[in-house]
Design a protein around this ligand. Structure first.
Ligand code: HEC
Length: 120
């Protein structure tokens, strides 16, 4: 029984890992990064997607896929969502929800603060 549990949780972990990696690849392939940023940080009118609630992201992507948008700005998303399968959405939202900035992790420094308006 314990072995089965261990096996099951290992499989779950592997699944989560693969889903993150596939989501990351899709995010690049489907050019999501060109609007939402290569770190899913968002820019201008394009919302940040990193570490947002997975359920919400999936809900929005499925609505866009069904060609439903709440305003004219969101219409833009429909073209990028129509081709997504349920698995694509699962992988993309896993990646976005669990997003971790690998490159900057090492350099992170608590004592550093930016001042001013960030150059806008
Ligand atoms: C051409 C630019 C563009 C591309 C490419 C694009 N998006 Fe978007 N995305 C938008 C805009 C614009 C909105 C709507 C912003 C708003 O609600 O005002 C949006 C909204 C979203 C939302 C809802 C966010 C929220 O806060 O409601 C999600 C999730 C999302 N995009 C995911 C993706 C994914 C995944 C991809 C790649 C498959 C992608 N987008 C590609 C422009 C883009």
């Amino acid at each position: 029984m314990r072995f089965l549990l261990l096996l099951f949780s290992t499989l779950l972990l592997i699944h989560a890992e693969n889903s993150y990696e596939s989501g990351k690849a899709l995010y690049m392939q489907k050019s999501c990064y060109s609007c939402h940023g290569s770190k899913a940080e968002g820019m201008h009118m394009y919302p940040s997607l990193a570490n947002r609630a997975k359920g919400y992201l999936a809900y929005k992507l499925k609505r866009f896929r069904d060609k439903i948008s709440d305003n004219q700005q969101q219409d833009m998303m429909i073209a990028f969502a129509v081709g997504l399968s349920d698995k694509d959405i699962e992988d993309l939202t896993t990646y976005l929800y669990e997003y971790a900035d690998e490159e900057n992790e090492q350099r992170y420094d608590d004592s550093y603060h930016t001042h001013g308006d960030g150059g806008s």
